[in-house]
Design a protein around this ligand. Structure first.
Ligand SMILES: [Zn+2]
Length: 410
Protein backbone atom coordinates (compact mmCIF):
# COMPACT_ATOMS: atom_id res chain seq x y z
CA UNK A 1 0.00 0.00 0.00
CA UNK A 2 1.23 3.41 -0.86
CA UNK A 3 1.33 6.16 1.75
CA UNK A 4 1.43 8.79 -0.97
CA UNK A 5 -1.45 11.22 -0.75
CA UNK A 6 -2.54 11.45 -4.40
CA UNK A 7 -5.24 13.95 -3.62
CA UNK A 8 -2.70 16.33 -2.05
CA UNK A 9 -0.31 15.86 -4.99
CA UNK A 10 -3.06 16.60 -7.49
CA UNK A 11 -4.30 19.57 -5.53
CA UNK A 12 -0.84 21.12 -5.39
CA UNK A 13 -0.19 20.50 -9.09
CA UNK A 14 -3.46 22.32 -9.86
CA UNK A 15 -2.73 25.21 -7.51
CA UNK A 16 0.74 25.73 -8.96
CA UNK A 17 -0.65 25.52 -12.50
CA UNK A 18 -3.07 28.32 -11.71
CA UNK A 19 -0.12 30.71 -11.33
CA UNK A 20 0.73 31.96 -14.81
CA UNK A 21 -2.05 29.88 -16.30
CA UNK A 22 -2.36 30.06 -20.11
CA UNK A 23 -5.58 28.80 -21.66
CA UNK A 24 -7.10 25.74 -19.99
CA UNK A 25 -4.00 23.68 -19.36
CA UNK A 26 -0.90 25.74 -20.20
CA UNK A 27 1.52 27.58 -17.96
CA UNK A 28 3.71 30.61 -18.60
CA UNK A 29 6.00 31.15 -15.64
CA UNK A 30 9.26 32.60 -16.89
CA UNK A 31 12.22 32.61 -14.51
CA UNK A 32 12.31 35.49 -12.01
CA UNK A 33 8.93 36.84 -13.15
CA UNK A 34 6.19 37.93 -10.74
CA UNK A 35 4.43 34.61 -11.47
CA UNK A 36 7.62 32.70 -10.72
CA UNK A 37 7.93 34.53 -7.37
CA UNK A 38 4.31 33.74 -6.47
CA UNK A 39 4.98 30.08 -7.28
CA UNK A 40 8.17 30.16 -5.17
CA UNK A 41 6.27 31.54 -2.18
CA UNK A 42 3.55 28.92 -2.55
CA UNK A 43 6.09 26.10 -2.75
CA UNK A 44 7.91 27.53 0.30
CA UNK A 45 4.63 27.45 2.24
CA UNK A 46 4.15 23.76 1.35
CA UNK A 47 7.69 23.02 2.51
CA UNK A 48 6.82 24.58 5.88
CA UNK A 49 3.63 22.51 5.99
CA UNK A 50 5.75 19.41 5.35
CA UNK A 51 7.95 20.18 8.36
CA UNK A 52 10.89 21.87 6.67
CA UNK A 53 12.84 25.02 7.49
CA UNK A 54 12.65 27.10 4.36
CA UNK A 55 14.65 29.80 2.65
CA UNK A 56 14.90 31.52 -0.72
CA UNK A 57 18.59 32.06 -1.53
CA UNK A 58 20.38 34.78 -3.54
CA UNK A 59 19.84 32.84 -6.80
CA UNK A 60 16.09 32.43 -6.33
CA UNK A 61 16.27 28.77 -5.28
CA UNK A 62 13.61 27.71 -2.78
CA UNK A 63 15.26 25.35 -0.29
CA UNK A 64 13.53 23.32 2.40
CA UNK A 65 15.54 21.54 5.07
CA UNK A 66 14.23 18.51 6.96
CA UNK A 67 16.92 18.38 9.54
CA UNK A 68 18.47 15.10 10.62
CA UNK A 69 19.83 14.24 14.04
CA UNK A 70 23.40 14.57 12.67
CA UNK A 71 23.11 17.58 10.36
CA UNK A 72 26.85 17.60 9.68
CA UNK A 73 26.50 14.33 7.72
CA UNK A 74 26.36 14.73 3.91
CA UNK A 75 22.77 15.49 2.93
CA UNK A 76 20.31 13.80 0.65
CA UNK A 77 19.02 16.40 -1.82
CA UNK A 78 15.76 16.06 -3.78
CA UNK A 79 14.20 18.46 -6.23
CA UNK A 80 13.53 19.91 -9.64
CA UNK A 81 12.21 23.25 -10.95
CA UNK A 82 9.02 25.32 -11.12
CA UNK A 83 9.84 27.86 -13.83
CA UNK A 84 8.41 27.13 -17.28
CA UNK A 85 8.82 27.77 -20.98
CA UNK A 86 6.88 30.79 -22.36
CA UNK A 87 4.09 28.37 -23.31
CA UNK A 88 4.78 25.34 -21.19
CA UNK A 89 2.84 22.68 -19.35
CA UNK A 90 1.80 21.95 -15.77
CA UNK A 91 4.02 18.95 -15.09
CA UNK A 92 7.51 19.82 -16.36
CA UNK A 93 9.67 20.23 -13.24
CA UNK A 94 6.75 20.80 -10.90
CA UNK A 95 6.05 17.12 -10.19
CA UNK A 96 9.66 16.68 -9.03
CA UNK A 97 9.30 19.50 -6.51
CA UNK A 98 5.78 18.64 -5.35
CA UNK A 99 6.68 14.92 -5.23
CA UNK A 100 9.77 15.60 -3.10
CA UNK A 101 7.75 17.76 -0.68
CA UNK A 102 5.18 14.94 -0.46
CA UNK A 103 7.94 12.45 0.44
CA UNK A 104 9.17 14.66 3.28
CA UNK A 105 5.64 15.42 4.45
CA UNK A 106 4.96 11.69 4.82
CA UNK A 107 8.18 11.19 6.77
CA UNK A 108 7.18 14.07 9.01
CA UNK A 109 3.60 12.85 9.46
CA UNK A 110 4.98 9.42 10.34
CA UNK A 111 7.29 11.09 12.89
CA UNK A 112 10.31 9.63 11.18
CA UNK A 113 13.64 11.34 11.62
CA UNK A 114 17.00 10.24 10.32
CA UNK A 115 20.63 11.02 10.92
CA UNK A 116 21.07 12.75 7.57
CA UNK A 117 19.24 15.91 6.69
CA UNK A 118 17.05 15.92 3.59
CA UNK A 119 16.86 19.05 1.49
CA UNK A 120 14.21 19.75 -1.11
CA UNK A 121 15.06 22.34 -3.75
CA UNK A 122 12.91 24.15 -6.30
CA UNK A 123 15.84 25.18 -8.49
CA UNK A 124 15.76 28.66 -10.01
CA UNK A 125 15.61 29.11 -13.81
CA UNK A 126 16.16 25.58 -15.01
CA UNK A 127 14.58 26.28 -18.39
CA UNK A 128 16.87 29.04 -19.63
CA UNK A 129 14.03 30.40 -21.76
CA UNK A 130 14.28 34.00 -20.60
CA UNK A 131 18.07 34.57 -20.54
CA UNK A 132 19.04 31.89 -23.05
CA UNK A 133 21.00 29.95 -20.50
CA UNK A 134 19.53 27.31 -18.24
CA UNK A 135 20.28 25.64 -14.90
CA UNK A 136 20.99 28.99 -13.24
CA UNK A 137 19.98 28.13 -9.67
CA UNK A 138 21.75 24.78 -9.54
CA UNK A 139 24.88 26.34 -11.02
CA UNK A 140 24.84 28.87 -8.17
CA UNK A 141 24.40 26.17 -5.53
CA UNK A 142 27.31 24.14 -6.92
CA UNK A 143 29.75 27.00 -7.61
CA UNK A 144 29.39 27.30 -11.38
CA UNK A 145 28.36 30.93 -11.91
CA UNK A 146 30.23 34.07 -12.90
CA UNK A 147 29.31 37.75 -13.05
CA UNK A 148 28.48 37.26 -16.75
CA UNK A 149 25.52 35.11 -15.68
CA UNK A 150 24.04 38.03 -13.75
CA UNK A 151 24.58 40.48 -16.61
CA UNK A 152 22.79 38.40 -19.27
CA UNK A 153 19.74 40.22 -20.57
CA UNK A 154 16.28 39.07 -21.58
CA UNK A 155 14.59 40.20 -24.80
CA UNK A 156 13.34 43.36 -23.05
CA UNK A 157 16.89 44.32 -22.07
CA UNK A 158 16.38 43.47 -18.38
CA UNK A 159 19.44 41.88 -16.80
CA UNK A 160 19.13 38.78 -14.65
CA UNK A 161 20.46 40.76 -11.70
CA UNK A 162 17.72 43.36 -12.21
CA UNK A 163 15.05 40.70 -12.74
CA UNK A 164 15.99 39.01 -9.46
CA UNK A 165 16.02 42.32 -7.63
CA UNK A 166 12.58 43.13 -9.08
CA UNK A 167 11.17 40.14 -7.20
CA UNK A 168 12.97 41.06 -3.99
CA UNK A 169 16.04 38.85 -4.29
CA UNK A 170 19.39 40.47 -3.54
CA UNK A 171 22.10 38.94 -5.69
CA UNK A 172 25.54 38.23 -4.27
CA UNK A 173 28.58 38.49 -6.50
CA UNK A 174 30.62 36.41 -4.08
CA UNK A 175 28.46 33.50 -5.43
CA UNK A 176 28.13 31.48 -2.19
CA UNK A 177 28.33 27.71 -2.75
CA UNK A 178 25.94 25.50 -0.80
CA UNK A 179 26.58 22.07 -2.26
CA UNK A 180 29.97 20.36 -2.59
CA UNK A 181 31.13 16.79 -3.03
CA UNK A 182 31.81 16.75 0.72
CA UNK A 183 28.37 17.72 1.94
CA UNK A 184 25.97 16.05 -0.52
CA UNK A 185 25.45 12.31 -0.22
CA UNK A 186 23.14 11.84 -3.20
CA UNK A 187 20.68 13.72 -5.40
CA UNK A 188 17.35 12.39 -6.67
CA UNK A 189 15.06 14.01 -9.22
CA UNK A 190 11.67 12.92 -10.51
CA UNK A 191 10.59 14.44 -13.84
CA UNK A 192 8.18 13.76 -16.67
CA UNK A 193 9.90 11.88 -19.49
CA UNK A 194 9.28 14.56 -22.16
CA UNK A 195 9.56 11.79 -24.72
CA UNK A 196 7.46 8.87 -26.01
CA UNK A 197 9.31 5.76 -24.77
CA UNK A 198 7.45 4.98 -21.53
CA UNK A 199 4.10 5.42 -23.26
CA UNK A 200 5.14 3.09 -26.07
CA UNK A 201 6.16 0.46 -23.47
CA UNK A 202 2.94 1.06 -21.49
CA UNK A 203 4.91 1.78 -18.33
CA UNK A 204 4.04 4.46 -15.75
CA UNK A 205 7.63 5.18 -14.72
CA UNK A 206 11.20 4.47 -15.82
CA UNK A 207 14.70 4.62 -14.40
CA UNK A 208 17.05 7.08 -16.06
CA UNK A 209 20.47 5.82 -17.13
CA UNK A 210 21.97 9.24 -17.78
CA UNK A 211 21.49 12.65 -19.36
CA UNK A 212 22.71 13.65 -22.82
CA UNK A 213 25.06 16.59 -22.77
CA UNK A 214 23.68 19.72 -24.40
CA UNK A 215 25.85 22.12 -26.38
CA UNK A 216 24.34 25.60 -26.56
CA UNK A 217 25.81 28.13 -28.95
CA UNK A 218 24.85 31.66 -29.89
CA UNK A 219 25.81 32.57 -33.45
CA UNK A 220 25.86 36.15 -34.69
CA UNK A 221 26.06 37.06 -38.41
CA UNK A 222 26.87 40.62 -39.42
CA UNK A 223 26.31 41.80 -43.00
CA UNK A 224 25.36 45.12 -44.48
CA UNK A 225 22.00 46.85 -44.33
CA UNK A 226 20.49 48.74 -47.23
CA UNK A 227 17.26 49.63 -48.96
CA UNK A 228 15.28 46.57 -50.03
CA UNK A 229 14.33 48.37 -53.23
CA UNK A 230 17.70 49.51 -54.45
CA UNK A 231 20.66 47.29 -53.55
CA UNK A 232 21.24 44.81 -56.42
CA UNK A 233 21.06 41.14 -55.40
CA UNK A 234 24.69 40.36 -56.22
CA UNK A 235 25.97 43.24 -54.06
CA UNK A 236 24.13 42.26 -50.90
CA UNK A 237 25.53 41.03 -47.61
CA UNK A 238 22.27 39.74 -46.18
CA UNK A 239 22.78 38.31 -42.70
CA UNK A 240 19.29 36.79 -42.59
CA UNK A 241 19.77 34.76 -45.77
CA UNK A 242 23.07 33.49 -44.37
CA UNK A 243 21.37 32.44 -41.13
CA UNK A 244 18.55 30.77 -43.07
CA UNK A 245 21.08 28.70 -45.03
CA UNK A 246 22.83 27.53 -41.85
CA UNK A 247 19.56 26.69 -40.10
CA UNK A 248 18.36 24.65 -43.07
CA UNK A 249 21.63 22.79 -43.68
CA UNK A 250 22.11 22.03 -39.96
CA UNK A 251 18.67 20.41 -39.89
CA UNK A 252 19.40 18.43 -43.07
CA UNK A 253 22.73 17.28 -41.64
CA UNK A 254 21.11 15.83 -38.53
CA UNK A 255 18.38 14.06 -40.50
CA UNK A 256 20.81 12.06 -42.63
CA UNK A 257 21.06 9.06 -40.31
CA UNK A 258 17.76 8.00 -38.77
CA UNK A 259 19.40 5.38 -36.57
CA UNK A 260 21.21 7.84 -34.29
CA UNK A 261 19.61 9.88 -31.47
CA UNK A 262 21.55 13.11 -32.12
CA UNK A 263 19.23 16.14 -32.18
CA UNK A 264 19.82 19.78 -33.09
CA UNK A 265 17.54 22.80 -32.91
CA UNK A 266 17.61 26.49 -33.74
CA UNK A 267 14.78 27.78 -31.58
CA UNK A 268 15.54 31.48 -31.17
CA UNK A 269 16.37 34.16 -33.69
CA UNK A 270 16.82 37.92 -33.53
CA UNK A 271 16.87 39.90 -36.74
CA UNK A 272 18.03 43.51 -37.11
CA UNK A 273 16.62 45.92 -38.19
CA UNK A 274 13.73 43.45 -38.77
CA UNK A 275 12.00 45.62 -41.31
CA UNK A 276 10.34 44.53 -44.55
CA UNK A 277 11.95 47.42 -46.37
CA UNK A 278 15.54 46.76 -45.28
CA UNK A 279 18.21 44.18 -45.86
CA UNK A 280 19.14 42.53 -42.55
CA UNK A 281 22.58 43.44 -41.31
CA UNK A 282 22.64 41.51 -38.06
CA UNK A 283 21.12 38.17 -37.10
CA UNK A 284 21.62 36.28 -33.88
CA UNK A 285 20.41 32.71 -33.43
CA UNK A 286 20.87 29.95 -30.90
CA UNK A 287 21.95 26.37 -31.58
CA UNK A 288 21.07 23.43 -29.34
CA UNK A 289 22.91 20.18 -30.08
CA UNK A 290 22.56 17.00 -27.99
CA UNK A 291 23.82 13.47 -28.01
CA UNK A 292 24.51 10.69 -25.55
CA UNK A 293 27.94 10.15 -27.16
CA UNK A 294 30.23 13.16 -26.73
CA UNK A 295 32.50 12.13 -29.63
CA UNK A 296 29.58 12.04 -32.06
CA UNK A 297 28.28 15.37 -30.80
CA UNK A 298 31.75 16.88 -31.33
CA UNK A 299 31.69 15.60 -34.90
CA UNK A 300 28.37 17.31 -35.64
CA UNK A 301 29.61 20.47 -33.97
CA UNK A 302 32.60 20.49 -36.36
CA UNK A 303 30.30 19.96 -39.35
CA UNK A 304 28.14 22.86 -38.20
CA UNK A 305 31.24 25.07 -38.06
CA UNK A 306 32.07 24.01 -41.63
CA UNK A 307 28.57 25.01 -42.79
CA UNK A 308 28.95 28.36 -41.04
CA UNK A 309 32.40 28.94 -42.59
CA UNK A 310 31.10 28.20 -46.12
CA UNK A 311 28.09 30.43 -45.56
CA UNK A 312 29.92 33.49 -44.27
CA UNK A 313 32.28 33.21 -47.22
CA UNK A 314 29.47 32.94 -49.75
CA UNK A 315 27.48 35.86 -48.27
CA UNK A 316 30.53 37.89 -47.17
CA UNK A 317 29.43 38.10 -43.56
CA UNK A 318 31.36 38.67 -40.36
CA UNK A 319 30.46 36.33 -37.57
CA UNK A 320 31.04 35.27 -33.99
CA UNK A 321 30.09 32.16 -32.06
CA UNK A 322 29.81 31.97 -28.30
CA UNK A 323 29.52 28.76 -26.33
CA UNK A 324 26.84 29.27 -23.66
CA UNK A 325 26.72 25.74 -22.31
CA UNK A 326 28.87 22.72 -23.04
CA UNK A 327 28.05 19.74 -20.86
CA UNK A 328 29.28 16.21 -21.15
CA UNK A 329 26.70 13.44 -20.74
CA UNK A 330 26.28 12.44 -17.11
CA UNK A 331 25.45 8.91 -15.98
CA UNK A 332 23.32 7.97 -12.99
CA UNK A 333 25.05 6.13 -10.13
CA UNK A 334 24.77 2.35 -10.44
CA UNK A 335 24.00 1.91 -6.74
CA UNK A 336 21.07 4.33 -6.96
CA UNK A 337 19.77 2.67 -10.13
CA UNK A 338 19.97 -0.68 -8.31
CA UNK A 339 17.88 0.67 -5.42
CA UNK A 340 15.29 2.06 -7.86
CA UNK A 341 15.21 -1.25 -9.76
CA UNK A 342 14.68 -3.30 -6.59
CA UNK A 343 11.96 -1.01 -5.31
CA UNK A 344 10.14 -0.95 -8.64
CA UNK A 345 10.18 -4.73 -8.82
CA UNK A 346 8.71 -4.87 -5.32
CA UNK A 347 5.96 -2.59 -6.58
CA UNK A 348 5.31 -5.18 -9.34
CA UNK A 349 6.53 -2.79 -12.01
CA UNK A 350 8.99 -3.41 -14.84
CA UNK A 351 12.30 -1.64 -14.09
CA UNK A 352 12.73 -0.17 -17.56
CA UNK A 353 15.81 2.00 -18.12
CA UNK A 354 16.13 4.90 -20.56
CA UNK A 355 18.41 7.82 -21.41
CA UNK A 356 17.31 11.43 -21.04
CA UNK A 357 17.65 13.64 -24.10
CA UNK A 358 16.52 16.79 -22.26
CA UNK A 359 18.83 18.08 -19.55
CA UNK A 360 17.67 18.57 -15.97
CA UNK A 361 18.92 20.12 -12.74
CA UNK A 362 20.49 16.71 -12.06
CA UNK A 363 22.99 17.42 -14.84
CA UNK A 364 24.70 20.04 -12.67
CA UNK A 365 24.20 18.20 -9.37
CA UNK A 366 26.07 15.34 -11.07
CA UNK A 367 29.21 17.51 -10.95
CA UNK A 368 29.37 17.07 -7.19
CA UNK A 369 27.21 14.10 -6.27
CA UNK A 370 26.01 10.65 -7.32
CA UNK A 371 22.51 11.04 -8.70
CA UNK A 372 19.45 9.10 -9.77
CA UNK A 373 16.38 10.06 -11.77
CA UNK A 374 12.85 8.74 -12.10
CA UNK A 375 10.90 9.45 -15.27
CA UNK A 376 7.11 9.58 -15.30
CA UNK A 377 5.21 8.77 -18.50
CA UNK A 378 3.69 11.73 -20.32
CA UNK A 379 1.01 11.67 -22.98
CA UNK A 380 2.30 11.53 -26.58
CA UNK A 381 5.75 12.37 -25.22
CA UNK A 382 4.63 15.98 -25.38
CA UNK A 383 6.33 18.66 -23.25
CA UNK A 384 7.14 22.39 -23.40
CA UNK A 385 3.56 22.67 -24.63
CA UNK A 386 0.25 23.58 -22.95
CA UNK A 387 -1.14 20.12 -23.75
CA UNK A 388 1.59 18.38 -21.73
CA UNK A 389 -0.11 15.72 -19.59
CA UNK A 390 0.84 13.11 -17.00
CA UNK A 391 -1.81 11.20 -15.05
CA UNK A 392 -2.06 11.52 -11.29
CA UNK A 393 -1.82 7.71 -11.04
CA UNK A 394 1.55 7.72 -12.80
CA UNK A 395 2.79 10.69 -10.75
CA UNK A 396 1.72 8.86 -7.58
CA UNK A 397 3.63 5.75 -8.69
CA UNK A 398 6.72 7.89 -9.34
CA UNK A 399 6.40 9.63 -5.98
CA UNK A 400 5.97 6.29 -4.23
CA UNK A 401 9.18 5.07 -5.87
CA UNK A 402 10.94 8.27 -4.81
CA UNK A 403 9.70 7.75 -1.24
CA UNK A 404 10.94 4.16 -1.12
CA UNK A 405 14.30 5.12 -2.62
CA UNK A 406 14.70 7.90 -0.05
CA UNK A 407 14.07 5.45 2.80
CA UNK A 408 16.73 3.09 1.38
CA UNK A 409 19.30 5.82 0.79
CA UNK A 410 18.90 7.45 4.21
ZN1 LIG B 1 12.01 20.36 -16.69
Amino acid sequence: MSLINSKRLEDRITKLANIGKVGETGVSRLAHSIEDKRAMDLVASWMVEAGMKTEIDCYGNVIGVYEGTSPSLPRLVLGSHIDSQPRGGRFDGTIGVIGAIEVVQILNESNLTFERSIEVVAFSDEEGARFNKGLFGVRGLTGNLTVEDLLRKDSDGISRKQALENIGITTNEAFPVRYTSDNVFAFLEMHIEQGPLLESKELPVGIVQGISGPLWLTVEFRGHSGHAGSVPMNLRKDALVGAARVIYLFDELLKQDETIPTVGTVGYIENFPNSRNSISDRVTFTVDLRDILPERRDLFEQKLYEIIAETVEEYQLDYSISVDTNSEPKYCADWIKDILKDELQQMDQVPYELMSGPFHDALMMAEISPFGMIFVRCKDGLSHHPNEYASIDDITTGTNLLYKAVLKIL
